[in-house]
Design a protein around this ligand. Structure first.
Ligand SMILES: [Zn+2]
Ligand SMILES: [Zn+2]
Length: 393
């Protein structure tokens, strides 16, 4: 393999370093005012005003708060899309940070404030000093956390209005060393589906179970049987997750409740396994309930598909990281993640790749203690610059 040594004092790093303080201040500002899915009005305005001031043509109002910033240079016909997400989560922040959330019950617990800041840092460099020949479309997406923003932007003509030859995105990843890059060709993140299952029996006195149909016992049996889906139905070489995250029934020790409500989440890397879960789980719920004289009502909702990275674009993205940072910064054999990401919809429309940047030893994503690592802004922004410049060279 022919790897170019990482450049010390390279112009991109120097360029970004000149205004990095401003970007970090902006990141803290975004962190202080997190906004939930489709409500990213302040964030979107702020992002748009910066991009316009740097000379981008900014199109707002795509999927409500979403926007695309476009910059053309030269007569090149190639077009690249780079996407960042902007929404926060309904979590009460528990960090002691000076810039912790000012919006009660809302927190940037997934680092989307960081992703937005990284892309802004790259955007500024590309506008001021970028060397490229073609069209750059920077996509700032709302509502990733509810799996709706990417789909809505696409349905509003994202890729017809802003055609791209490839689209890229990134996510920070706690537990991976800070600034370490990870690439996965093929399935990189899982599909996510949900089910609400209500097992209905017949309520009664806790002392007279023979006059009732106990839905608690039926649901206990169902949960046990559910473990057989992954262990006995799914091919052992395939990935599947079935989690019962919520179970509610009754309120008194001496009353057999009428019903039990369960909420499940399912993950898979392939459509085949996803379909298998969709077939087996409702069938098991109904059969298990019936065997106790109860009835199961199943509401199975498809969320979003697995994120499938395209091979050529992933190899390209990995090579850019190797050329920019050297092999020490690119994790070998980076494993797919069982979390989910609605960038999957963009990759169903256009070729591209979704990559990972280590966030160091912090609390996990979606934790009230999660803390985005500001030291990854500069290298990740430098990476976006190099990716765009190489793609549009
Ligand atoms: Zn998230
Ligand atoms: Zn996220």
């Amino acid at each position: 393999m022919n790897i170019i040594a990482p450049r010390i004092n390279d112009p991109v790093s120097q360029g970004i370093a000149a205004y990095l303080d401003e970007i970090i201040a902006l990141r803290h500002d975004l962190h202080q005012y997190p906004e939930l899915a489709f409500q990213e009005r302040r964030t979107s305005k702020l992002v748009a005003s910066h991009l316009s001031s740097w000379g981008y043509e900014v199109t707002t109002g795509i999927a409500g708060t979403g926007l695309v910033a476009t910059l053309k240079r030269g007569d090149g016909e190639r077009r690249i899309g780079i996407r960042a997400d902007m929404d926060g989560l309904p979590i009460e922040e528990a960090t002691e940070l000076a810039y912790a959330s000012n919006n009660p019950g809302v927190m940037h617990a997934c680092g989307h404030d960081g992703h937005t800041s990284i892309l802004l840092a790259a955007a500024r460099y590309l506008a001021e000093s970028g060397t490229f020949n073609g069209t750059l479309h920077l996509i700032f997406q709302p509502a990733e956390e509810i799996g709706a923003g990417a789909r809505k932007m696409i349905s509003e003509g994202l890729f017809e209005r802003f055609p791209v030859d490839a689209v890229f995105g990134l996510h920070n990843w706690p537990s991976v060393p800070s600034g370490q890059f990870g690439f996965v060709a093929g399935a990189a993140m899982a599909s996510v589906d949900q089910a609400k299952i209500r097992i209905v029996g017949k309520g009664g006195h806790g002392a007279e179970p023979h006059r009732a149909v106990d839905p608690v016992l039926a649901s206990a049996s169902f949960i046990t049987a559910l473990q057989s889906v992954v262990s006995r139905n799914v091919d052992p070489q395939e990935m599947a997750v079935v989690t019962v995250g919520s179970i509610h029934a009754g309120s008194a020790s001496n009353v057999i409740p009428e019903s039990v409500e369960l909420k499940l989440t399912m993950r898979a890397f392939s459509e085949g396994v996803r379909q298998q879960l969709r077939d087996r789980i409702p069938a098991l719920a109904r059969a298990q309930a019936e065997s106790f004289g109860a009835v199961a009502e199943v509401d199975y909702r498809l969320g979003f598909p697995a994120l499938i990275n395209h091979r050529d674009q992933t190899e390209f993205a990995r090579k850019v990281a190797l050329d920019t940072f050297g092999p020490a910064k690119v994790e070998e054999g980076f494993k797919p993640r069982t979390a989910s990401e609605d960038f999957a919809f963009m990759l169903q429309e256009r070729p591209g790749s979704y990559l990972f940047v280590g966030n160091g030893d912090t609390a996990p994503l979606h934790s009230a203690h999660y803390d985005f690592d500001d030291t990854i802004i500069a290298p990740a922004a430098r990476y976006w610059v190099r990716l765009a410049e190489t793609f549009l060279s």
